[in-house]
Design a protein around this ligand. Structure first.
Ligand code: ADP
Ligand code: MG
Length: 245
């Protein structure tokens, strides 16, 4: 069925050295929608994203990508990760490689896409994200916002089923935040399915179809952006929003 969730978490539990970091997390990300994870530092947003990408092993529960249970021990984890794009707060571009080489590395090495084809696709994406003239530049010649946009292009280059974005504007100078958020908005318009952790409440409110408020590893409140921001049901959510907005 076409509107079956792209990602689904069921009773996910994650501990680090005995302390519970995610507790009974239930989550579904529908195709072509944006889910925003909000919550204080340490509430478990990054861990949730890392579990979704199998960068962390969960203690209990299950996670599905489309109709495959990716937490099944028999699953090929690398194959799963190839279907999920991830962008972190730090762009982690290879400094000794051009923008074009940064972007085509994974398609060529991991997915076996021929160079010509990988470069054509990369140039198309760079063009779309306003980075066409930067294809042959090295990362240190780019602004932080441009580098982060390259990191997004790199994640998109492998045609992921799902894109996970963890605080991708947190390391940027305030004047560069807008251009990166604009890219995310454009990807949403193109139908990309995304889950993102963010402190940009205005952005979350604007772009998210679903908002989940995490508190101490629990999804304490969830709903449409309008519900969670406009009419939060939990006192903790209200307190968090009052403090941050
Ligand atoms: P957020 O992204 O919302 O700030 P995190 O997912 O990074 O929250 O962290 C949630 C909790 O898990 C925090 O208490 C953090 O200290 C703990 N934590 C995260 N990663 C690790 C780790 N690798 N080892 C031990 N504790 C961790
Ligand atoms: Mg985090």
């Amino acid at each position: 069925m076409s509107d079956a969730p792209v990602l689904r978490m069921e009773s996910v539990r994650k501990t680090f050295a005995g302390s519970v970091v995610l507790r009974d997390v239930e989550l579904a990300v529908a195709p072509h929608t944006v889910t925003a994870l909000i919550g204080a530092s340490g509430s478990g947003k990054s861990t949730l994203l890392r579990c979704a990408n199998l960068l962390e092993e969960i203690d209990d529960g299950a996670i599905w990508l489309d109709d495959e249970e990716i937490t099944d021990p028999r699953v090929d984890q690398d194959a799963v990760r190839r279907r999920i794009g991830v962008v972190f707060q730090s762009y982690n571009l290879f400094p000794h490689m051009t923008v074009l080489d940064n972007v085509t590395l994974a398609p060529r090495r991991v997915h076996g896409v021929p160079r010509d084809e990988a470069e054509e696709r990369a140039r198309e994406l760079l063009e779309r994200l306003g980075l066409g003239p930067k294809a042959k530049a090295y990362p240190d010649r780019l602004s932080g916002g441009q580098q982060q946009r390259v990191a997004i292009v790199r994640a998109l280059a492998v045609r992921p089923r799902l894109l996970l974005l963890d605080e991708i504007t947190a390391a940027l100078d305030p004047e560069l935040v807008g251009e990166v958020l604009e890219v995310v908005r454009g990807l949403k318009d193109d139908g990309m399915t995304m889950m993102l952790a963010t402190h940009e409440m205005g952005f979350a409110r604007d772009v998210a179809d679903q908002v989940c408020f995490l508190d101490g590893g629990v999804v304490l409140e969830r709903g449409t952006a309008e519900q969670v921001f406009g009419d939060p049901q939990q006192e903790r959510t209200r307190r968090f929003l009052r403090r941050i907005v």
